[in-house]
Design a protein around this ligand. Structure first.
Ligand code: DP6
Length: 326
């Protein structure tokens, strides 16, 4: 047999304590640990086929052929998989997202998590969850957190062998919901990979990193004890401190739009009024509004009062990256 195929599904994740900056940029060994949960209603499905007759790697995303930097990143990743398997075979990668590309929702985490499992399986490897997480990390740091289920912690480690993510609680441990207020669908001007490289140019990055273990400890405990208020304050603080680093790097990265600030302030008012809700923002202006299942419909009905929100996505805590039938 000359063809080997496998398909996998992975969810994106939202970080409650963020990854920003690497000790080793090439291997994506982060300067600090991070905690996230997977987003169940959003997913990337990727099919990988290795075949002796292929002359080069090729990639399609949502049925569009991809070339240039997007393909280069996947080829570099496939080189790692080929190295592990000690096989020189080219691949056809067909990927689809159930959320439209260009909505401002990061897809690199789910993309590289799904690719890790489908490519490693298709080439004949049988990796453990830890090995898969390490492999996904090489494609996109945050992808290592999409491999295990539910609430996940990425232990930063010192080298390739000990930088990986592990589940700290199952999806049904706590019924949190992420309501994503999409305020801009513009492609971000400076992506995360460049942002990580700039982190050290901010005089605030050292202070942020020095305090991260404290924030991780509080959020980990708050998740395990389902203590929303304790979690909320640290999640907002962590998002703010990462954006403070971004805004003070050289060149400065200003991801917030004025509507992002309006949503953040409104969320704080709702919490002051007794609703379990908090905000967090990644490398973009869209606001992730975190709440519990019982309040999610209420938040979704209140958010449109803020004019300028383009779309709203809703996701509960999701499962791990898994193989699927084609
Ligand atoms: C702000 O994982 O997208 O979303 O490793 O270069 O692919 P690369 O970066 P990426 O960075 C994510 C940054 C973040 C915070 C987070 O998800 O922890």
């Amino acid at each position: 047999m000359t063809t080997d195929t496998a398909s996998a599904i992975a969810h994106p994740n939202i970080a409650l304590i963020k990854y920003w900056g690497n000790k080793d940029q090439k291997l994506r060994i982060p300067v600090n640990g991070s905690i996230s949960f997977n987003l169940d209603s959003l997913f990337t499905k990727t099919k990988v086929t290795f075949d002796f007759s292929f002359q080069s790697d090729s990639l399609s995303i949502n049925e569009q052929e991809i070339s240039g930097p997007g393909l280069d990143r996947v080829v570099s990743f496939l080189d790692i998989v080929r190295g592990l398997a000690e096989k020189q075979l080219f691949a056809r990668v067909e990927s689809e997202n159930n959320f439209p590309v260009g909505t401002g929702i990061a897809s690199s985490a789910s993309a590289f998590a799904a690719l890790s499992l489908s490519a490693s399986k298709a080439i004949g490897l049988s990796l453990t969850e830890k090995e898969l997480s390490r492999l996904a990390r090489r494609g996109s740091g945050s992808a290592c957190r999409s491999i295990p289920e539910g609430f996940v912690e990425w232990f930063p480690g010192e080298s390739d062998s000990n930088s990986y993510a592990q589940s700290i609680a199952t999806p049904n441990h706590w019924n949190l919901v992420d309501i994503i207020a999409v305020v801009s669908i513009e492609h971000k001007k400076v992506g995360s990979t460049t942002g990580h490289e700039l982190a050290n140019s901010s005089p605030l990055q050292n202070a942020r990193v020095r305090d991260t273990d404290h924030r991780l400890q509080i959020v980990r405990k708050a998740i395990l004890e389902q203590d929303f208020l304790k979690m909320a304050e640290m999640v907002e603080m962590d998002s703010n401190i990462m954006h403070a680093v971004m805004m003070t790097s050289n060149p400065p990265l200003m991801y917030w739009e004025s509507i992002s600030i309006t949503i953040m302030k409104t969320v704080k008012e709702w919490r002051a009024a007794g609703i379990p809700v908090c905000y967090t923002l990644d490398a973009g202006p869209n606001v992730h509004v975190i709440t519990t299942k019982g309040y999610s419909d209420k938040i979704i009905s209140m958010l449109p009062e803020i004019k300028g929100i383009k779309t709203i996505y809703k996701a509960s805590v999701g499962g791990k990256t898994r193989l699927v039938e084609d």
